[in-house]
Design a protein around this ligand. Sequence first.
Ligand code: PFF
Length: 452
Amino acid sequence: MNNRGRFDSKLGVVLASAGSAVGLGNIWRFPTEVGQNGGAAFILVYIAFVLFLALPVMVSEFVIGRSSGANIVHAFRKLAPTKWWMIVGFMGVLAGFLVLSFYSVVAGWTLKYTIDAIAHRISGTDPAQTFNNFVSDTWSPIFYMTLFLLLTHFVVIRGIKGGIERYSKLMMPLLLLIIVILVGCSLGMPGSVEGLRFLLKPDFSKVTPHVVLSAMAQAFFSLSVGIGCLATYASYFNKDMNLSGSAVNVCAIDTIVAIISGFIIFPAVFSVEGVQADAGAGLVFITLPHVFSSAFSQMPLVGYVFSTLFYLLLLLAALTSSISMHEICTAFVSEHYNFKRKYAATLVTLVYLFLGAACSLSFGPWKDCKLAGMTVFDWFDFATAMFIMPVGGIFISLFVGWRLERELLTNELTNNGMLKVKGLNVLIFLIKWVAPIGVGMVFLNELAKLFN
Ligand code: PFF
């Protein structure tokens, strides 16, 4: 166990965990969902889910990871005498494979747009056509996806301290700096007031039960909880880390970045006439290139810097998240099969290449291969965000709230009595009751509709 590696500093832990959380989910998915689902009304529901459901699950993952010091499958085996709980761990590893497979496709598009932005090749003329031509091609998106997976692989094989921690400490401050620059630029644009109004005006009529489930799925996805990703990171934490405090920091950073991403995107979007704010998943790849070229047509240099920084931000965010997904699977394969880290990571990367290619082809030659109306890409996204993450969240909080000994739980949260945790009993109440019942209710409500 000693050669598993460890994070070296508290800052490293928070940056790596926040790096996992802050990703395409914040910058690509969150503004899209806000745009389509009622603006500020969606944000309010989302924040409630973060506080009452996702935060307790995150703390539970931290407890499972640090107290076991093992990958997510072995963690359950160590902490629970019955084998059944290991199924939750296996579900996490499976989700780790599925999420990064579709995620790396979008990350590959991001990589291509970053390179194009740097090379001054992003064209404002017919961005929809450019985007559709690119994603529907067979090889080109697979090429960029492969490149992205190799970047992820490069960091993961270097281990915890020399890889994940070192690169998180480098990439996260850069990412935060870029956000601050971009939000400054965007708020100075002519459409900023209208953009902010759109983002902040609540439209509760759009908050249907399905939107509520989407907000919960988004909260779990954005915070990387429910599949043992943060439990895996926590297995490398030192014993003096404040688990609940770190979880609060990670949730705060993630939520602030998500909302600020809206502050970057919508003022820019509203500065160009005729652009739709709720343009869906194409928002950052179709709408924004058009916005960049129109809004800055008089100041091409500013447009160049803005668009380059924007795609770089997206790329950094995707990379710090993909590293954490890869680690769920690498930690499991290396410990379960007793492989050296670099062999385990290589095997895992190969599987990603294979599954990722299938997701990528869903936009091209396989776009008509559908099951129940969904492509491979859609299925991977749906199965993880709408199903495995919430179900995983229910079982993880039930396990920590009801199965773990209460003494072990309090000892982990208070570092054997050395820490005074404000609201400890409230937190335990959230873990035992609110998280499993809340997630269960939203989830079952949606499931019932599927069968109606
Ligand atoms: N939280 C990441 C995002 O918002 O993009 C996605 C993610 C990372 C999901 C890690 C799941 C995971 F285990």
